[in-house]
Design a binder for this molecule. Sequence first.
Ligand code: ZN
Length: 274
Amino acid sequence: MKKGLVRLIFKIFALIIVISISAFYLRTNVSKNIPEINFLDVGQGDSILLKLPNNKHALIDGGPDNLVIRRLGESLPFYQRKIDYIIVSHFHDDHIIGLIEVLRRYQVGAIIYIKDFKESSISKALFDKAREKQIELIGLENEMEIKYSLDCVVGILNPLIFGVKIDDNNSLITRLSCQKLSALFTGDNSLAVETALLNTDMDLRASILKASHHGSKSANLETFLRRVDPEYFVISVGVDNRFGHPFLGVLELVKKLNIKIKRTDLDKTIRFYK
Ligand SMILES: [Zn+2]
């Protein structure tokens, strides 16, 4: 092949790559510093990708299997290989199995996890992989805050600070609060944690509330929903799951309160940005 022709093909390829990257940037909010929440459709489990100002990324949980890798690929540009923080709400399989493959494939800055949990073969595999990759491990006993910009903060707290009983459904509570977008992620927390939160004077209001425990009746109190006062109630749940999630009574309550419902089993990956 002539040299000129090779050069031309090379230039066309380079042009295609530049156009694809620019198209991705225009299509997403990455370049605009607009925070974005992606409730990834990972079946029966939780996995939520937060895109934050200054090109920072956080992932809350990783779902029950490697489907999370495909979903991350759909929500991130191919060149985005770094996830700054992984937040492990708690150590149930439907929240952590997928994280092991995430650690293999992405460069992860740190893992923030709930302290005081029951070890399992999966949690052990997760920590082994994290140590092998020399990822910083932060076992959260109380609370912390990560500031992403002047008006965008992620707060994370361990419900044990309220003196609730140790329970393996106890999950880190994550609150995203940006100028126009706010959300509360409550993991698989139960009524006891919701009640403890209600007994504080914390500002719990958020425009998006992740349904506690996949919309189960073991959580999602009416008084809690009223206090959070969300516009959207998002249920991360698998099609025809064997747990009967979400609970019909919870769906009826949410409808009665005029809160919009989104579900990953029906809506697939759900994206919010503002
Ligand atoms: Zn769960």
